[in-house]
Design a protein around this ligand. Structure first.
Ligand SMILES: *[C@@H]1O[C@H](CO)[C@@H](O)[C@H](O)[C@H]1NC(C)=O
Ligand SMILES: *[C@@H]1O[C@H](CO)[C@@H](O)[C@H](O)[C@H]1NC(C)=O
Ligand SMILES: *[C@@H]1O[C@H](CO)[C@@H](O)[C@H](O)[C@H]1NC(C)=O
Ligand SMILES: *[C@@H]1O[C@H](CO)[C@@H](O)[C@H](O)[C@H]1NC(C)=O
Length: 473
């Protein structure tokens, strides 16, 4: 394996990726400061750094603003505080081209600002600050391109041609260089984000006020909270993109202009969460399919957990991540320990094997709940645990967005998938119009997004007699 061959440029590369990731995740302390919480309308918990959530859930209020022969662009949210939402359809090339055309000016601006931001970080990391700025910037850009282009070459063999076709279409539609499109897609292979996730179903959501009577026993909710470098310019270019590909399932990506990987996604059948897995014994490889492409294929090609795990099992995997997958068909959420040579599945009976520092006491696992907090795993933080305890039986999307606020997780964006109602609540970081200060997503209002264009197969709820056996705690 190439990562054993420690040639000089590999060491440089390693230093580069460590430098870049340091800005994302490594700053997060391993143990939360247990300061007393503020008061929101939702109640806090002594174990958590943040207070309850005080925002509102707003209707998406979609306005069509542009059309293209294979797509349409909408603005959603309040005027002046909205974001772009696309529906695109067709072949991989057409999907990419429509995305590029409909978000052209955002993509052009975002790419320029993103590369400048990464150059700034590298100038400091590579001790180039004493050089004239133009020269330092040029060296940093060369180093960045070298690392990203090498990542592309190492992953190209394992990347289905349809992703390349889509990137060609995206470059043409947005009128940007193909090489830059590729480089932006490779960034997640080098960067690492600390995030949290949770899935709740069955007895954990039994008493939710949100669910209709016939959905009570099969309510499945999933939280995806993304914490990443809030100074990265992508924060200004959020976009929700509904893909309606010629082949496979339709799905939605919660992403950024010009970025086609799945960091956060939902298909009506499956929902995806992920976070970096800082496990020194888990294997990593530079050769393989970029993980955010592999996760996207799960949405497009799999209907349930068996298909999803088979697909990922057969994938040439790269870096270690923890993947959370909620499945409507199976009515549960599982955690996958994903690394280059293993794919291990954990559910509500055994996920604490990799998330808890010490063997947990028997009363700290709950049927129908799997979660991973924002710290390095295994973690001895008690916040999410205490909120699960507080809301158990009613762990629906509203409880989970309250949890994100208490744990202060989901700064970049937070998504709550409600499989029974086929709805997604979504929030993203944005500046306060009065103070100009960047407000983390978990504190802001959420939009209730219309997911009815995605398949939502008939739920297979247990029968009424089954429901009684599932009694709530
Ligand atoms: C918050 O606390 C109040 C008073 O202590 C209680 O009545 C209410 O049910 C609590 N709400 C939640 C969501 O726990
Ligand atoms: C680290 O990864 C290995 C291999 O996937 C796994 O067996 C082990 O349980 C993990 N350790 C921790 C502490 O998560
Ligand atoms: C966790 O439990 C599930 C069954 O509930 C099992 O399929 C899975 O293999 C277990 N995972 C590990 C790593 O032991
Ligand atoms: C949701 O979207 C579907 C088509 O995708 C549309 O038919 C329906 O009217 C929309 N619902 C609302 C409430 O906007």
């Amino acid at each position: 394996m190439e990562h054993r061959r420690r040639s000089g440029w590999m060491l440089f590369w390693l230093a580069l990726s460590l430098t870049l990731s340091a800005n994302g995740s490594a700053r997060v302390p391993r143990v939360a400061t247990r300061t007393k919480i503020g008061t929101g309308t939702g109640n806090g918990s002594q174990e958590c750094p943040g207070g309850g959530w005080t925002g509102e859930v707003l209707d998406e209020n979609a306005r069509s603003v542009a059309t293209d022969r294979s797509g349409e662009r909408f603005e959603v949210g309040a005027p002046g505080d909205g974001m772009a939402l696309l529906h695109i359809k067709g072949s991989p090339f057409e999907l990419g081209r429509a995305h590029g055309v409909l978000l052209r000016s955002e993509i052009q601006t975002m790419y320029v600002r993103l590369f400048a931001h990464l150059e700034d970080q590298l100038i400091v990391a590579l001790h180039l600050t004493l050089l004239p700025e133009a020269l330092a910037r040029r060296i940093a850009r060369l180093a960045l391109n070298a690392a990203l282009d090498a990542t592309y070459l190492l992953t190209l063999l394992y990347t289905p041609a349809r992703f390349v076709d889509e990137m060609i279409g995206l470059a043409q539609g947005a009128q940007v260089e193909f090489d830059d499109v590729v480089r932006v897609q490779m960034i997640p292979e080098l960067l690492q984000a600390s995030c949290s996730m949770l899935g709740s179903w069955g007895p954990a959501t039994w008493r939710s006020d949100k669910l209709r009577e016939e959905e009570q026993s099969c309510g499945l909710f999933q939280m995806r909270a993304l914490d990443w470098d809030m100074e990265a310019p992508i924060v200004d270019f959020p976009a929700v993109i509904f893909y309606h590909p010629a082949d496979g399932n339709s799905f939605a990506l919660f992403t950024w202009a010009g970025f086609i990987g799945c960091v956060t996604g939902y298909s009506g059948r499956l929902g995806i969460s992920e976070k970096v897995w800082a496990n020194s014994s888990a294997s990593a490889s530079r050769k393989g399919m970029p993980w955010h492409f592999a996760l996207r294929d799960v949405l497009q090609l799999a209907d349930g957990l068996d298909e999803a795990t088979q697909l990922l099992g057969a994938t040439s995997r790269t870096c270690p991540i923890l993947v959370g997958i909620g499945s409507r068909q199976d009515n549960k959420f599982v955690l996958l320990g994903y690394s280059s040579d293993a794919l291990q599945l954990y559910d509500d009976t055994n996920f604490t094997l990799i998330t808890s520092a010490a063997p947990p006491p028997a009363d700290t696992t709950f049927p129908g709940v799997v979660f991973v907090d924002k710290y390095v795993q295994p973690s001895d933080d008690r916040c999410m645990q205490s909120v699960v305890q507080q809301f158990y039986g009613k762990l629906d999307d509203l409880a989970l967005l309250n949890m994100a606020s208490m744990q202060e997780t989901g700064g970049m964006h937070t998504a709550l998938y409600d499989f029974a109602s086929n709805e997604v609540l979504f929030s993203w970081a944005a500046s306060d119009p009065n103070t100009g200060e960047l407000v983390p997503a978990y504190k802001r209002n959420y939009l209730r997004l219309n997911m009815t264009s995605l398949a939502n197969p008939i739920p297979r709820c247990p029968s009424h007699s089954g429901r009684r056996e599932l009694s709530c705690m």
